[in-house]
Design a protein around this ligand. Sequence first.
Ligand code: ZN
Length: 503
Amino acid sequence: MESKFQALKSRLMEVDDLSSAAGLLYWDQSTYMPPGGAAARARQTATLTRLAHEKFTDPGVGKLLDELGPYEESLPYDSDEASLLRVTRRKYERAIKIPLEFTAEVANHTSESYQVWTEARPANDFARVRPYLEKTLDYSRQAANFFPGYEHIADPLIEPRDYGMKAADISRIFANLREELVPIARAITAQPPADDACLFKNFPEAKQFEFSMDVAQRFGYELQRGRRDQTHHPFMTKFSLGDVRITTRSRENKLSDALFTTLHETGHALYEQGIRMELEGTPLARGTSSGVHESQSRLWENIVGRSRGFWHCFYPRLQSIFPMQLGDVSLDEFYRAINKVERSLIRTDADEVTYNLHVMLRFDFELAMLEGNLEICNLPDAWRERFEADFGIVPPDDKDGVLQDVHWYFSLIGGGFQGYTLGNILGSQFFAAALAAHSEIPAEIESGEFGSLHTWLKENLYQHGSKYTAPEIIERATGTSLSIEPYIAYLRTKYGELYELGD
Ligand code: ZN
């Protein structure tokens, strides 16, 4: 059994090597590759991805998993070995159900659809992408139907990103959250908006980076096992547990961009850097779900990085770096500026309060489209109606409405959005649990120390990688199942100080 287990592990390690190499090519493409490399790079990445897939779905892997069944049963559920077998089996069984030709066909279609979208969005031309989107919806349904027996057609599409969460549960959670959020957003946006002009002065980029990377390291991001580069769309990527990179974006005339994208991606990176080395090279060596991953980016970016306590310590330092720009801006003004709430059209620019309303709109629409209750031709109108109901404004065009996000135009419809809002909810839930265990955390944050918080997160979340599913890790770390209460309490306390919220 031992030797079979080792044989499986070496196969998995090779799969990981191929996927990491593909990841590195992608990282290079986004950072330093000259434009002339694009065509060959697309082919190279596709080749590596296909090889990794073929190696993983090889019948030999299935045979080893079968033979190791009794071994798994003889081990404790939470041992590394049993967890590796359990998680690998789950991923293997999913991977072999999707025919390779189907994946290739979808990849061809979505790369075409993406191309058309890049032209249709600036031209505000929904009619151009409509036939592509119709086909994408068709492919999405086909993909779900490789997994018959689902409760909701979106379930098989949600599963690879947020395993253990079903469309019905998420819908219920989101409906409750929406009921709380709409009145809070209404109350805030009825008041005069915060003045955030102080963030839009000229801030030399090198200094912005220096400051934000200093904070990232203070949070616990190790540059010995990481690095930062510049891209248009920020992301975190990992090639091994010893090489976890982030990319960020900066704008000379907008201070918050580099700062908060860095803290966001640092949160993702802390999760990956915190995984135990023993899990290296296996399917366990990554964060467990998109929702839990996003909880860490949101926790470090928003709950810590946009808190008054944090800036109590770091604002004087920021002022000393930018004395001309911020010298006469008080901590209070700055704090209000970085926590400005407004009715904005664009999800990625949205604040903590309204952000989830953007996400829930998309999630609900995905379900409705997959169910056949919302036709693509009616999507722009449905968007305007729902947007008005939630935000009180109507998007003036499709460009900043239904055409704004790349998701539906470059991958399948379903499963791509819920993680953001689950992340906001969970970030507060994990933070509340850390606070209950260590009441000294707020005082530490005020003095620029993050050790107790980071250690609690490492012990309770990060080290385990994918050993536990999201519902399991939430239960283990917080003692209860997913709950929106800590998040609502967090928003009410924080924004209740900044604005009149009513009741
Ligand atoms: Zn993120």
